[in-house]
Design a protein around this ligand. Structure first.
Ligand SMILES: Nc1nc2c(ncn2[C@@H]2O[C@H](COP(=O)(O)OP(=O)(O)OP(=O)(O)O)[C@@H](O)[C@H]2O)c(=O)[nH]1
Ligand SMILES: [Mg+2]
Length: 531
């Protein structure tokens, strides 16, 4: 099997088919459905055809009704195996004329039942000539059969004559096959009825039309199936094709290249723009609003002040603070908890801002790209709204739960001091009450020691209460500073988590699409035949 081309720059056919298959897989759901379906079809056909080897060359006689396809087939066979006639159309099912091996498997695959077996021929062994129904009669099934065979043949012989060579029906097919010049032969039949000048004029005109169809290297043979004049030219072409066994590969290469170029037309010329850290940061900033980072930061700050007051506040009043719900527990953000937070849902404006930010990154990354990429990338960048909200909630929640600072050590020291002062206050108070009760009962006075004229119980009560109150006020100032720091830290952690979510759910899908586009270009370039 000749599956490797001679030119060093060309990629072998199996590799090109594999590249096309990979490209088709990536193009599905991204590029035009028809081009994708065609690509898949070409891959399957190519693999099927290669499974049958290159020993046989399938040559299809194609053309308008009455052009002489059956007559030409008979001329090649050397006997009247195909029905020819003046009633149009004549041929209604494909006839295969086989030289050498019976090509059963190949013709079964081709679904051609009418078969004529020629004797062995050194020159034509391996040749299969297919006499095909016309493409321009009223019989639609003829056209469908002709298109089916034209698609699966290795070499296409387009038979026409002086009257029909310019028909639009013919050139509509040729234009589609413009990449197939190497596996196509034009036959201008019935030259027996033409003067030498007319023959020349027809050939020149046909060549011009072929170029207009995009077939620069089209081969035109002028002959007569009736008289046999010029038949040797076609026999040479067919004999050569059979000997070189290259038509199979060339045909499939042309198919793969056509499918690749159809897809390549949609991948565009420009690659996407790399996503910068600035773009990433801006996105995260805009998502932070929807993620409730400010609400969380505020709660951390309030929680810090509340916890500080609980630890260092004046023991006689600190219980009042405990009556209010804890800011973090209220949001389901306390340490050791998990699951969804109770943060309020993002407002309409916040959601809109987040959506606009996502769209902006996608648009910026694809600014220089042609459709469909901006649409594809925008779609990939936009996570399902619920999922994004859930992920952000989880990220922000975990950031606060896991990274809360431990209570500062001074809280417990001040706390102990506050307890001692409270104890002194209570001792002083109880002592004074005892003195009052004893005096009221007119019992002998209790001994009341004093320090520099100030009775000790009075001193304990006043100093304990005043000092405790004063320390509570000072501690509150310190806690306010600490609360700011804790809030800043929480904000940073939450913002980092939001960045991670933004990267995973928005940036990475965008980058994946841009990479897919570049991969597609590479694969299609390989499939197209150049590396
Ligand atoms: N003068 C002349 N007539 C030809 C030549 N080749 C074919 N014919 C005639 O053209 C008519 C049509 O020939 P066919 O071979 O049946 O044409 P076809 O392309 O197979 O037609 P369909 O089967 O209907 O698609 C017949 O009457 C042939 O005798 C030729 O080289 N010269
Ligand atoms: Mg016919």
């Amino acid at each position: 099997m000749i599956l490797r081309r001679t030119s060093e720059n060309d990629v072998a056919l199996p590799e090109r088919i594999a590249a096309l298959q990979s490209a088709v897989d990536r193009a599905a759901d991204r590029l035009d459905g028809d081009a994708v379906a065609f690509g898949q079809h070409v891959v399957e056909k190519a693999n099927d055809r290669l499974r049958h080897g290159t020993e046989h060359t399938l040559v299809a006689m194609l053309g308008a009704t009455g052009a002489g396809k059956s007559s030409l087939t008979n001329a090649l066979v050397g006997s009247e195996v195909a029905t020819t006639g003046v009633r149009r159309p004549t041929t209604s099912s494909t006839l295969a004329c086989v030289w050498g091996d019976d090509a059963t498997d190949l013709l079964d695959w081709l679904e051609v039942q009418n078969r004529h077996l020629n004797g062995p021929s050194e020159r034509f062994n391996g040749l299969v000539v297919l006499d095909v129904p016309d493409h321009d009669s009223v019989r639609v099934e003829h056209r469908l059969e002709m298109e089916r065979i034209a698609e699966q043949a290795d070499l296409m012989v387009w038979v026409t004559d002086a009257e029909k060579y310019a028909d639009a029906a013919l050139h509509n097919y040729l234009r589609v096959l413009k990449g197939h010049g190497a596996v196509m032969v034009m036959v201008l039949n019935k030259i027996d009825g033409l003067s030498v000048d007319d023959r020349r004029a027809c050939i020149a005109d046909l060549r011009r039309l072929l170029v207009a169809d995009g077939i620069e290297d089209g081969q035109v043979l002028a002959l007569s199936a009736s008289t046999g004049e010029g038949l040797d030219l076609l026999q040479d072409v067919l004999g050569d094709a059979v000997a070189r066994q290259e038509a199979v590969v060339q045909r499939l290469e042309a198919d793969v290249a056509t499918a690749a170029s159809d897809l390549l037309a949609q991948t565009g010329q420009t690659t996407g723009q790399d996503i910068t850290n600035k773009m990433r940061a801006r996105l995260a900033e805009d998502l932070a609003g929807a993620a409730g980072v400010d609400t969380v930061t505020d709660a951390v700050s309030r929680a810090h002040r509340r916890d500080a007051a609980a630890a260092t506040g004046w023991p006689f009043t600190r219980w009042v603070g405990r009556l209010r719900p804890h800011p973090l527990r209220k949001l389901h953000l306390a340490e050791g908890t998990g699951g969804r937070t109770s943060l309020p849902e993002a407002s309409g404006a916040q959601k809109a801002r987040a959506a606009a930010a996502i769209r902006n990154v996608a648009d910026e990354a694809t600014a220089s790209m042609a459709e469909p990429w901006p649409t594809i990338v925008r779609k990939a960048a936009m996570p399902p709204a619920d999922r994004l909200a859930d992920e952000l909630d989880q990220a922000v929640g975990d950031a606060v739960r896991d990274h809360r600072a431990r209570s500062p050590r001074w809280w417990s020291l001040v706390g102990v001091l506050q307890l001692l002062l409270a104890a002194a206050t209570i001792v002083g108070l109880v002592w004074l009450i005892a003195i009052f009760v004893v005096a009221w009962l007119q019992l002998p006075d209790l001994p009341t020691p004093d320090v520099r004229g100030v009775p000790i119980p009075t001193g304990l009560l006043i100093i304990g209460a005043l000092l405790g109150f004063l320390i509570a006020i000072i501690a509150r100032q310190f806690a306010a500073v600490g609360a700011k720091r804790a809030a800043r830290r929480a904000k940073k952690k939450a913002a980092d988590s939001v960045q991670t979510v933004a990267d995973e759910m928005v940036i990475r899908p965008i980058e994946a699409e841009l990479a897919t586009r570049d991969e597609l270009v590479n694969l299609l370039t390989t499939a197209g035949g150049t590396i």
